[in-house]
Design a protein around this ligand. Structure first.
Ligand code: MCN
Ligand code: CUN
Length: 795
């Protein structure tokens, strides 16, 4: 395998950007149907005889179910089925496995464990009847004391949330540790300065425009189950359904049509999906379930909710000697993170990968609470979001404790270009990057030195200006299959490419787009490898009957893994096309050279054949003994993750009278290796920076003392609009991935991962004269005002 494709050698090579190859900002092909209202979402799927399902959710956070009376619901005309946990239990489906080897209730049988938990569901002729019938179900609850944070979960006498689990004596969901404890302790003993910080990364919600939904269609004549599903990973769902429902895999077809945003929300298998399937089996009719906003906000996979206690050992001249921290996660009632099996707290230990930190130690503990399960969602890269936020907040606090300039402190510790491949303190191997250059591009763009002068002047007038930096490399593209699996299935990916006689092509991938634009960009990879214009290539995905097995789209793994498989399958096609070219040109294969879109005879450049002519020959004029056709597939198991790098810098002004802060400027410098489609990459970055802004500034999903969710609607849980979102000034550095076939690295989550710390660091920098060290996100005006006026941290 070569790291980059062969360069175009001949003089007749096509202009790659013009035909939509790498580097072309071709408009997104999917937008034509989205903009014209011709998308096809699960909600658009209508099947003959289809029934509608609604879910009854628990109003209480923690309660024993004493009885459920469904008789009034059954009596409503149009109701076809009322399903309770007890009925599901008769089919062994009251509980299901989670992607983290825990169990989760499909419909509650014994207790409810969070507000919004699924208690029963109704299937009726229309959704309104189903909803009314839900209201007619009478559930008698015996309230139990709710636990709404990890501290309460470990308090003496805390009620046991998971009394369903044999051997579970406390509310601890998992414990994990990584690193070198003794080495870290020894390094701390040598430190001149120890910097400490305690932080909370609040619960965040992915808030896709389209909520979750399913249309389950069990055909009792053929035994085939077809499910239209809002899923980022249809093949994993098929495997999970086969295991949970004990149906044979070839009789399960999962179709993810257009998906209206995922952001991690649509990775897990939800109780609603299982209920729709079970209801379709029981009624022998197609059953549609479309979740409402409150259902989505209160029950589907959240992100974050992690606490950090950290320490950094430093020398007086600003060298990091060691880091150690303890992370506590609030898992909710079920440990349902979608993450690689081996890692109990995702890839949190990727923190400090961009800094030359000799040694470190992390301990982690996950707690059950009476809150919705989830844990890994919202552009999180398997909890890299928390890792990088904590890292960059610690970096700023340490620089402040040392009295050192933030940029200089980073400069002294960033991994240098000549240190790759670099083994991080927690065992990852980073392979490429130009971190110092990236930081410098950012500092130059924002005018760092000038801003410091302006800031000093402003302070004299009582104005609070601040600048926040966030630099990070993150691991994107699980996996390599040695280390990464989900429910035992190794994390590789796949692509199938078929070139038709006239040279048009269809690419089928196991990844699943939810807005990232794969139908546009994956064609560009084929164009780069074969010279077939991107407009001649159609990309298909999201149907398990018609695409090769793939692990889906999350953790920004599509480009790193499925994108690599796409390049590799195109190369297989090119290898066969070369044989066809040799046959057509009547020379030996060794004498055939490639330039983009065309083979030619070495030394006689004008004698050549196009890739389209080779395609026709594959069906009409192949050499003796050659199998006809031009198609192939590739399964790609990456040797490593890809390691993009970013430097985000925000400048802000805090109004001391109101606590409101405004972003003055925001500079982003991203290095995601070779960019396939620069426009789409910038769109991904701007989207991520917008989310980062929302998380740091306004989004608040919390629970009151009774476990009631505050923020279960879009009046309380705010989505930023164009009006309040700052403008972003984007720059790039390109360090190709040394192992990815086209040198690309993932990018989908970078800005959401690295962004929040830039905003928070900027506000904290503005407040530095007041002595405040930390305000937990979101930095709402009242919190900022309180900190500015009391000089005290706000958690
Ligand atoms: N790309 C590129 N050049 C690169 C890297 C990526 O042109 N060097 C392009 C890709 O081809 C793809 C897009 O950028 O079209 C994102 O690619 P990648 O980084 O591989 O990430 P994924 O496609 O795997 O997307 C997943 C990522 C995740 S995990 C979340 S969460 C998220 C995100 O993408 N959810 C999104 N971005 C989203 N964007 C939209 N519109 N909707 C979501 O739900
Ligand atoms: Cu964690 S959100 Mo994205 O990996 O689907």
């Amino acid at each position: 395998m070569t790291a980059t494709a062969e360069p175009a050698t001949g003089s007749q090579a096509l202009d790659e950007v013009k035909i939509g190859g790498l580097g072309s900002s071709r408009p997104r092909v999917e937008d034509a149907r989205f903009i014209r209202g011709r998308g096809n979402y699960v909600e658009d799927v209508t099947l003959p005889g289809m029934l509608h399902m609604e879910i009854l959710r628990s109003p209480l956070a923690h309660a024993r179910i004493k009885s459920i009376d469904t008789s009034a619901a059954w009596a409503i005309p149009g109701v076809k089925l009322v399903l309770t946990g007890e009925m599901a239990a008769q089919r062994n489906l009251a509980w299901m496995p989670t992607l983290s080897y825990d169990t989760q209730a499909v419909l509650a049988t014994d207790k409810v464990r969070f507000q919004g938990q699924e208690v029963a569901c109704v299937v009726a002729e229309d959704p309104y009847i189903a909803k009314d019938a839900c209201d007619a179900i009478v559930v008698e609850y015996e309230a139990l004391p709710p636990i709404v944070n990890p501290e309460q979960a470990v308090a003496p006498g805390a009620p046991l949330i998971r009394d369903d689990k044999a051997g579970q004596a406390d509310n601890v969901a998992y414990q994990w540790e990584v690193g070198d404890k003794d080495g870290t302790d020894a390094a701390f003993a040598q430190a001149d300065v120890v910097s400490k910080l305690r932080l909370h990364y609040p619960r965040s919600h992915p808030s896709p425009i389209e909520n979750c939904g399913a249309v389950a269609d069990f055909n009792n004549a053929t035994g085939k189950l077809t499910v239209y599903l809002t899923s980022q990973a249809p093949h994993i769902v098929r495997a999970a359904v086969a295991l949970i429902a004990e149906l044979p895999e070839h009789l399960i077809r999962i179709i993810s049509p257009d998906v209206g945003g995922g952001f991690g929300n649509k990775v897990p298998v939800y109780p609603g999906y299982v209920c729709a399937i079970l209801c379709s089996i029981l009624t022998a009719k197609p059953v549609k379930w479309i979740e409402d906003n409150t259902g989505n906000l209160s029950s589907t996979g959240f992100g974050r909710d992690m606490y950090l206690d950290s320490e950094m050992a430093l020398t007086n001249d600003g060298k990091i000697l060691a880091v150690r921290y303890h992370a506590t996660t609030d898992q909710g009632a079920f440990y349902a993170d979608a993450q690689p099996t081996k890692f109990k707290i995702g890839l949190v230990h990727s923190s400090f990968a961009c800094y030359d930190v000799p040694v470190g130690h992390i301990t982690a503990q996950g707690m059950y609470t009476n809150k919705a399960p989830g844990g890994v969602a919202y552009r999180c890269s398997f909890r890299v979001t928390e890792a990088m936020f904590f890292q960059e907040r610690m970096m700023q606090a340490a620089a402040d404790d040392l009295g050192m300039d933030q940029a200089e402190f980073r400069r002294r510790n960033l991994v240098r270009d000549d240190q790759f491949p670099y083994r991080t303190p927690f065992g990852f191997l980073t392979d490429s990057g130009q971190y110092l250059k990236c930081l410098q591009v950012g500092l130059d763009a924002i005018g760092y030195d000038d801003f410091l002068v302006e800031q000093a002047e402003a302070r004299k007038q009582g104005r609070l200006l601040g600048i926040g930096i966030s630099t990070m490399t993150e691991p994107l593209g699980a996996g390599n299959s040695r280390e990464y699996d989900i429910l035992g299935i190794k994390m590789f990916d796949s692509a199938e490419l078929r070139v038709h006689p006239t040279g048009k092509a269809v690419l089928k991938i196991g990844a699943q787009t939810q807005g990232q634009g794969h139908e546009t960009t994956f064609a560009q990879i084929v164009t780069h490898e074969l010279g077939i214009p991107a407009t001649d290539i159609v990309v298909e995905h999201g149907d398990t009957d018609h695409t090769p097995f793939g692990m889906g789209t999350y953790a920004s793994r599509s480009t790193p893994v499925a994108g690599a498989a796409t390049a590799m399958v195109a190369r297989k096609i090119r290898a066969k096309a070369r044989k066809l070219a040799a046959h057509l040109l009547e020379v030996s294969e060794e004498d055939v050279e490639w330039e983009l879109g065309r083979f030619f005879v070495r030394g006689a450049e004008s004698r050549g054949v196009t890739i389209q002519e080779c395609a026709m020959a594959a069906y009409s004029n192949m050499p003796d003994g050659m199998e006809p056709g031009l198609e192939n597939n590739a399964y790609y198991d990456p040797p490593n993750l890809t390691w993009p790098f970013a430097c985000y810098i925000a400048t802000v002004e805090v109004d001391p009278e109101t606590g409101v802060w405004d972003v003055l400027r925001f500079v982003g410098v991203d290095d995601c290796g070779v960019r396939i489609n620069p426009m789409i990459v910038e769109g991904q970055i701007m989207g991520g920076l917008t989310e980062a802004y929302a998380i740091s500034n306004m989004q608040f999903q919390t629970y009151d003392v009774d476990g009631n969710l505050v923020g279960a609607n879009y009046m309380d849980y705010l989505l930023p609009t164009a009006w309040e979102t700052p403008g972003f000034e984007l720059h790039e550095v390109v360090t190709p991935s040394p192992h990815h076939p086209i040198g690309a690295k993932g990018v989908g989550e970078c800005a959401a991962v690295g962004g929040p710390a830039a905003y928070v660091n900027a506000v904290m920098d503005a407040l530095r004269p007041t002595g405040v060290r930390n305000i937990d996100m979101p930095l709402l005006p009242d919190r900022v005002w309180h900190a500015a006026h009391t000089g005290q941290d706000v958690s």
